[in-house]
Design a protein around this ligand. Sequence first.
Ligand code: SAH
Length: 229
Amino acid sequence: MRYSVTDPKRQHARRQGIGMTSQRTRERLVEQLQVLGVQDPRVLAVMRSTARHLFLDEALAHRAYEDKSLPIGHNQTLSRPYTVARMSELLLASCSAKKVLEVGTGSGYQTCVLAQLVPRLFTMERIEPLLNRAKLRLEAMAIHNVIYRHGDGYEGWPDREPFDGIMVTAAPSQVPKALQWQLAEGGCMIIPVGDNEQHLVKITRSGNHFSKQKVEAANFVPLVTGTIG
Ligand code: SAH
């Protein structure tokens, strides 16, 4: 018997089918992350248990556990698992990360990983349909410690500052000043910076001083001004 695409039985069958193979493939992905240098056991545990295929269209779901960035529509991509894990690990190691702002919700995959690692997460996205879809997914996964906002990350989230940690998942040419000033004392920001050549940068606030440290090469879609939707 053939089911229609929206048939709940078919969706259940799909989840089960991918779910069974994905446990092994997820295990393999976590091994790969460790080989690449990801060490934080909390991050590895969340990467192991988080179903990345639920953040992709059905046609791409079978590739969910490859360490690759994949398209999510609107010319945007779901970040590579290594990048998600590495940025999460850096954030946890660099500041207290109790109240965190994520800029660039996208599919919601990084949001889902972070929400399992920090107590309070604020996430913002400039493309409204992406934000709405991510919100529905995370609610269906019973992730309830996230607050969502449609807006331009260059401006940050002035009503909710300060943030202990800020993670940006798209690359500006330079660190947005408004975002930097929304860090709490001792807070840290993990952000890819650059046009053709990008680097992941870690910024730490001490009073009115912001120390910057280049971490490693990066490859993100650009942080774009304005909103859509
Ligand atoms: N972490 C996401 C990656 C998405 S790609 C994931 O795992 O799926 C980067 C995202 O940043 C895109 O969805 C893009 O629309 C968004 N973005 C780009 N510029 C932005 C801005 N100024 N403010 C908010 N979001 C922005």
